[in-house]
Design a protein around this ligand. Structure first.
Ligand code: ZN
Length: 387
């Protein structure tokens, strides 16, 4: 374990040094992992984007042609821009039992553990394979993993279980909420602000829509709660607003973004229809009476299903046993688990690090979390050996 821990730390330092902020390429990191696997005699398959700037990577250790346990994680990280870091975010620093650096917690620490154990996995006589499934663009709406999941059961073997290593402090998460995000563009008509009656004020109409969203938010809070989640209801909020041009012009553009985070079992599309209906009945007739070219455009920009492993999942009791835990948890952030589950692979979320440290300046991972994760992954290998 000591040797594996130092390998994991060293690999984590290497992974952190690749600036894989979601809007940048992840190819240098993928090439590094490919090369690392290659040196251990393991072939991997890239699932690239059309422009070749990003790729997922899938590899199998052990018997081919049969589904095993997939160890899944994303290679991208959130931006460091406008964050105040004490040290260079892309140079990992160890201090007081903590590893600092962008992505140490979310979630290169898990990737490093998986890679550090590759020689050990290789040395086992696995009766079930261990798959490695690394994705991109998770932080911008779990979009990058989707083309890889589409290949499962086709060009890539469908795993019998997926362990998504997002930071859960090594507890087993068997449910999460599913976000939907919208973008709303209100287009008004310009006029001198001394003559507001000649223009159409985009901000005024956006405000009406925001009022309707606020009513929807309150109604969602009054629905029967699911106490596994905190908050125990489908949350709704406005996340961004931008509008107007100058203090003496009736504003033409107003844009806002809003989101819901759905409890499992609720698709939320009634809210989409309700906002569109509200716009059609309470905004557009007035706006277009003054200027027919004005309008409101509502787009869904991202949707990740909610995740619920369900009472019949074989993955959950197995994960609990291997993690030496006796309770599962539900979280409000989204992961790729719901997409794997929808793709036919039973999934759980369990990984090193605390989500409280993710996405923040001076992001860190406790070394003890790496140790726990290595031990957990070794028990997965035990299970894959004995079946
Ligand atoms: Zn993550």
């Amino acid at each position: 374990m000591g040797a594996e821990l130092s390998t994991a730390k060293e690999l984590l330092g290497r992974l952190v040094a690749f600036d894989t902020t979601s809007h940048k390429t992840n190819i240098p990191l993928i090439a590094f992992v490919e090369d690392y696997l290659n040196r251990h005699g393991i072939d991997s398959v890239r699932v690239p984007t059309a422009d070749g700037q990003k790729a997922s990577l899938f590899a199998t250790i052990g018997p081919s042609g049969t589904g095993g346990v997939a160890l899944s994680g994303h290679t991208d990280v959130v931006p460091v821009a406008s964050q105040n870091w004490s040290t260079d975010p892309f140079t990992m620093v160890e201090r007081d039992g903590r590893l600092y650096g962008r992505g140490t917690c979310d979630m290169k620490g898990y990737l490093a553990c998986v890679l550090a154990l590759v020689p050990a996995f290789k040395a086992r006589r696995l009766s079930l394979p261990i798959h490695i499934a690394f994705s991109y663009d998770e932080e911008v709406g779990c979009t990058g993993v989707r083309p890889m999941i589409a290949e499962l059961g086709k060009t890539l073997v469908l795993p019998r279980m997926v362990v998504v290593g997002e930071p859960t402090t090594m507890t087993v998460v068997d449910a999460h909420k599913g976000p939907v995000r919208w973008s709303v563009d209100v287009t008004g008509k310009a006029a001198h602000s001394s003559m507001p009656h000649l223009g159409v004020n985009a901000i005024t109409y956006a405000a009406r829509l925001l009022g309707e969203l606020a009513r929807m938010e309150e109604e969602l809070k009054r629905l029967p709660p699911n106490p596994r989640f905190d908050p125990p209801y489908t949350s709704l909020q406005v996340t961004q607003v931008e509008g107007g041009t100058a203090s003496n012009i009736v504003p033409v553009p107003c844009w806002f973004g809003w989101e819901i985070r759905r409890l499992p079992g609720y698709d939320g599309m009634d809210l989409d229809q309700r906002l569109r209906r509200f716009a059609a009945e309470h905004c557009l007739p007035e706006m277009q009476r003054i200027a027919p070219e004005t309008g409101i455009r509502i787009d869904i920009t991202n949707e990740v299903p909610a995740f619920e492993a369900g009472p019949n999942s074989a993955a959950v009791p197995l994960a609990l046993k291997l993690a030496e835990q006796n309770a599962t948890f539900a979280v409000c952030y989204a992961t790729e688990a719901s997409l794997f589950q929808r793709g036919g692979a039973p999934s759980v979320v369990i990984g090193p690090g605390d989500i409280a440290q993710a996405h923040k300046p001076d992001e860190f991972l406790h070394v003890s979390e790496l140790e726990k994760c290595l031990a957990f992954l070794a028990r997965i290998a035990d299970w894959c050996e004995t079946g």
